[in-house]
Design a protein around this ligand. Structure first.
Ligand code: NDP
Length: 222
């Protein structure tokens, strides 16, 4: 039985990923700050009280999972805070917070769990197409866009870093999904997005490591 670790598994896309990976036969370790009733209802191992931007939390997570072999790590947790260039000086803390969660935390979580990951395993970062420079047709969402562009670079660098261990790294865009992050707006429900993400995770291999793909199968431009 394969083991998957998912961050931000208490709600939204992460919760659906947890549900669907269980259905696929994975043993799921659901990482979150606070477990929701919906997460507790799943047959998963819940690791609560973990803030992925906090050094002690990451150490604690690695300790709690000591001796566990991880086949798949899904860095899903993320944050979107509206931000404008006009107010950059007042909003800098928000920009930094988004960079911490969206760009640095996937790297820090991967680093914290690197010895638990099996050779031949997979690491996924749930990025966003708004992190694509080539696809930026509207501007705006400054702090979020910058952080997701950095997340893309983090994923590509990780793909190179982990090649020796044959760990494949994928950057995935879930689509425009109806969650708390989007205020319930979007084109698809979390279940549909998660189904596409799980298919893309299945396809991820050393041949496609370092790729940036939409849950619907499209390859996205950088
Ligand atoms: P939600 O806002 O529904 O969920 C965000 C999750 O991230 C929550 O579980 C939240 O935990 C967790 N999280 C945020 N900050 C931290 C932290 N410091 N430590 C631990 N956990 C944290 O968002 P979605 O489900 O919509 O988004 C999931 C991922 O998909 C994100 O990376 C997002 O950027 C990406 N994405 C989403 C899109 C969409 O349309 N929804 C589009 C493109 C990308 P808590 O409940 O404790 O706050």
């Amino acid at each position: 039985m394969k083991t998957a670790v998912i961050t931000g598994a208490n709600r939204g896309i992460g919760l659906e990923l947890a549900r669907q990976l269980v259905d696929r036969g994975y043993r799921v370790i659901a990482v979150c700050r606070k477990a929701s009733p919906a997460l507790k209802a799943l047959e998963v191992q819940v690791e609560e009280g973990i803030d992925i931007t906090d050094r002690d939390s990451l150490r604690e997570l690695a300790d709690r999972l000591s001796g566990r072999r991880i086949d798949l790590l899904v860095n899903n947790a993320g944050v979107l805070i509206p931000s404008t260039l006009e107010n950059i000086e007042d909003e800098l803390d928000n920009w930094r917070a988004q960079y911490e969660v969206n760009a640095l935390a996937p790297l820090r979580v991967t680093h914290a769990l690197i010895n638990h990951l099996i050779n031949g395993g997979k690491v996924v970062i749930i990025s966003s197409r708004v992190g694509s420079i080539a696809d930026n047709g509207s501007g705006g969402a400054w702090g979020y866009r910058l952080s997701k562009a950095a997340a893309n670079m983090a994923g590509m660098n990780l793909a190179h870093e982990l090649k020796d261990r044959e760990i494949a790294v994928g950057l995935l865009h879930p689509g425009f999904v109806r969650t708390d992050m989007t205020g319930g707006r979007g084109d698809v429900e979390p279940a549909e997005a998660a189904a596409g993400l799980v298919e893309r995770i299945d396809e991820l291999s050393m041949e496609t490591t370092g790729s940036f793909r939409h849950a619907n199968g499209e390859t996205l431009p950088w």
